[in-house]
Design a protein. Structure first.
Length: 337
């Protein structure tokens, strides 16, 4: 299990341990491993970019989950995305082939699918190919290239399936991920307005179970969206307001205003000052794109199922509050969950 200490990786690890599997976790040096506390797992330390180390880490494993990735909307050096997400994936594929693993599950992202030009309410599926011009940012582009490396390996005989999580929420989101950041910003009162968009919300533990189902039932070379419910951002914020008693932002920002502010932030802070922009352009482009998805393939072929999106939102709120990431002033105003 690569990325075992991360948000999705730790959820998959918990699921596997709960099922009675012996899990070998691979974490990078100096990684935060709090998400693995209390789990009876074997730990191996290695950087994805270390090809020899990867070969040693995989020895003795019957199956591999490759969850680790550089997941963010900005980096000082964009080459980092390709070194980790593409080069690291190639190292793991080579290591898995050399070790003769029986199955490999690769975690990609729905960001590699095409969502533009679809009818309102129609969700993109695994056959929705993107206009390459709409693969905004180095994260999406590097994951798109990594997927092709995985499919190349499948064509050469490696038994691998691909899973595409949508927007998971729940416990263990320590970074937090860009998805969790939305909930945390709402809780801390840092969201004065919202945009007209759609997100597919799912509980991270359901995504984790989907990974295991892909290992057990997935077809080689086939991809599976692991999603939940499609909600407009207005609906999502309304659910959060109902759960917490906090006020929902009332002002909807026009798309051109959002993109203009992001372009300015990305240019001045990111390119000139070489620091993380307050509004990353890739995040703004994603937030103004209606990202609705259809996960019926996973439900039909894998037996994948999910709980209501409101339960994922409630779990996310509880985790951020219990982790001390919500300010004392805002905690005092919470009515639940």
């Amino acid at each position: 299990m690569t990325g075992a200490n991360g948000f999705i990786g730790s959820a998959v690890t918990r699921t596997l341990v709960g099922d009675g599997h012996h899990v070998v976790t691979m974490v990078e040096p100096s990684a935060d491993t709090r998400n693995l506390q209390g789990l009876d797992v074997e730990r191996r330390t290695c950087d994805l970019r270390d090809a020899d180390g990867m070969r040693r880490a995989v020895v003795g494993c019957r199956a591999v989950f490759h969850v680790a990735a550089l997941y963010r909307f900005w980096a000082r050096d964009p080459r980092d995305f390709y070194e980790v997400n593409v080069g690291g994936t190639r190292n793991l594929l080579d290591a898995a082939a050399a070790a003769g693993v029986e199955r490999l599950v690769f975690t990609s992202t729905v960001g590699t699918l095409g969502v533009d030009g679809r009818d309102p309410g129609e969700g993109a599926n695994e056959r929705s190919y993107p206009d390459l011009r709409h693969l905004f940012g180095s994260y999406k582009r590097s994951k798109y290239v990594a997927e092709h490396e995985v499919l190349r390996a499948a064509a050469e005989g490696l038994p691998v399936s691909i899973v595409l999580p949508t927007f998971p929420l729940g416990p263990g989101d320590r970074a937090p991920t860009p998805t969790g950041r939305l909930v945390l910003d709402f809780l801390n009162g840092r969201m004065p307005a919202y945009v007209d968009t759609v997100l597919n919300v799912v509980h991270v533990d359901d995504v984790a179970r989907g990974h295991v189902l892909a290992l057990e039932r997935g077809s080689v070379g086939r991809s599976y969206i692991l999603g939940g419910e499609n909600l407009t951002l207005e609906q999502l914020l309304g659910e959060l307001a109902h759960l917490t008693g906090l006020r929902r932002p009332a002002w909807r920002v026009p798309r051109p205003v959002t993109l203009s502010a992001a372009w300015l932030s990305d240019t001045v802070e990111g390119r000139l000052l070489r620091r993380h922009p307050a509004i990353p352009l890739e995040a703004a482009r994603m937030s103004t794109t209606r990202m609705a998805f259809d996960d019926s393939r996973a439900r039909t072929e894998l037996g994948y199922s999910t709980r209501p999106a409101v339960e994922a939102l409630a779990a996310s709120v509880r985790w951020f509050v219990d982790s001390g990431l919500v300010s004392e002033r805002r905690r005092a105003r919470l009515a639940g969950p």
